[in-house]
Design a protein around this ligand. Structure first.
Ligand code: FMN
Length: 414
């Protein structure tokens, strides 16, 4: 079964994949262009990029994917937020994605330029406000995501709430590392997924080799930690000597400051720490990563990552109609036996324990509802039958009495 296209305003991406913007200088033209060329949406991380560099990157990405969809991602918390968005609009960017904060002005700038604007939100309330202000779609980021976090709740819990609150497309972000995760998010009702960590660990990502090694090495839950970032939000990162020092509050305070953030706690210099990691300093660099970086075992080219995700997602999605039939197929084990072995094998791998449990719970709940409905109907019928018989007996009784007394019968029975 084909994956759905992702429609954001006038943009139609062949695949429902958005490559998350990753600052500083992790997602540049090479990565964004590669994802766009494969049919997804590529985002250039514009935070902290000088404006002439941003222009060059947008043009280079366009060259790599002339037919593809290219956007920018920018942190609202950045001091250069307005100039950066306006520069990208001048370069005829397809869409602007903004996270780490909420700006009302950007809606007007994008509306005037007919550029799609997609804010990153972590609650139904913010999604509703964004829709009212004119957002073309919303990206819902959960606590699993890499980088700055706006919530401690799972994306799987927030997406259904946002879907109930807005009509614009909802894109889920956090913990999407393979096609099975994609299928699960689409099954929740999301129109697409935003993927960060998996693409950070790609050949085309501009992360240093040191960063990529750290991504592959991360394999235990304790390798990923949450620090307090200087923008005033928690952020998810790989455990390194530097992120440990942030946790212990032993990082020396910065002596120079370029005021790159609108509000900064100045406990350390966020942009310098990110730049150091991007340039290969694993000791004093800060390496953002999602909680599911643990499930990413190797660095692969974008083409292979996308192809694998599509195959896996399609295998799961093709299985769904069968699963949805479950409540109506009483002897489903017989059905299972007749399924091709390969498909069963694929599905066994595809279904996470959680998925299986929730499907079974849904089925059980539906069956219980159906049983209750049938019981209710049966009770109604029994009561009706009893009432009819009561009336019949009363009539027979009255008729018998009338016969005994030699009176005229009282009409028909019934
Ligand atoms: C290394 C890294 C850097 C990131 N930088 C940014 C950023 O600059 N702006 C932003 O909005 N999100 C940023 N994110 C979040 C991603 O765009 C994406 O939403 C998130 O990583 C999704 O979760 P996942 O990593 O589990 O796929 C970053 C994530 C990572 C891993």
């Amino acid at each position: 079964m084909q994956l759905p296209t992702l429609n954001i305003g006038k943009l139609h991406a062949k695949l429902p994949f958005v490559q998350g913007g990753m600052a500083i200088r992790l997602s540049l033209s090479k990565l964004a262009g590669a994802v766009a060329r494969e049919g997804g949406i590529g985002l250039i991380a514009a935070t902290a990029l000088p404006l002439d560099e941003l222009r060059r990157e947008i043009r280079a990405a366009r060259k790599l994917a002339p037919e593809g969809i290219i956007g920018i991602n920018i942190m609202v918390a950045a001091s250069s937020f307005a100039e950066t968005v306006k520069t990208a609009i001048e370069e005829k960017i397809d869409l602007v994605v903004a996270g780490a904060g909420f700006s009302r002005d950007v809606f007007d700038w994008c509306k005037e330029a007919a550029t799609e604007f997609v804010p990153i939100v972590s609650s139904a309330k913010l999604a509703r406000i964004a829709e009212r202000l004119g957002a073309s779609a919303v990206i819902v980021e959960g606590a699993e995501a890499g980088g700055h976090l706006g919530t401690s709740r799972s994306v799987k819990d927030i997406v259904p709430e946002v879907l109930a609150a807005v009509k614009i497309p909802v894109i889920g972000a956090g913990a999407i590392v393979n096609g099975y995760d994609v299928a699960a998010m689409l099954r929740l009702g999301a129109a697409g997924v935003q993927i960060g960590s998996r693409f950070a660990a790609s050949t085309e990502s501009a992360a240093s080799d040191v960063m990529k090694e750290a991504y592959v090495r991360a394999s235990k839950p304790e390798d990923i930690i949450i620090i307090q970032s200087t923008v005033g939000l928690p952020a998810q990162a790989i455990r390194t000597p530097f992120s440990e020092a942030i946790l212990q509050d032993t990082v020396p305070r910065p002596t120079v400051c370029t005021n790159c953030l609108k509000h900064c706690t100045r406990r350390f210099c966020l942009s310098q720490a990110l730049i150091r990691a991007q340039q290969g300093d694993g000791e004093t660099g800060l390496i953002f990563a999602g909680s599911n970086m643990l499930r990413i075992p190797s660095i692969l080219p974008v083409k292979d990552i996308v192809a694998k995700m599509v195959t896996e997602a399609q295998a799961v999605r093709s299985y769904l109609p069968w699963r949805e039939l479950l409540p109506q197929v009483p002897r489903w084990t017989g059905k299972l036996r007749s399924m091709p072995i390969r498909q069963i094998a694929v599905e066994r791998v595809a279904l996470t324990w959680e998925d299986t449990c929730s499907a079974l719970a849904d089925t059980r709940a539906e069956l219980a509802d159906k049983r209750a409905e049938i019981r209710e109907k049966r009770r109604g019928l029994v009561a009706k039958r009893a009432a009819v018989w009561k009336r019949v007996h009363a009539r027979i009784g009255a008729w018998k009495q009338a016969m005994v007394k030699g009176e005229e019968p009282l009409g028909t029975i019934g």
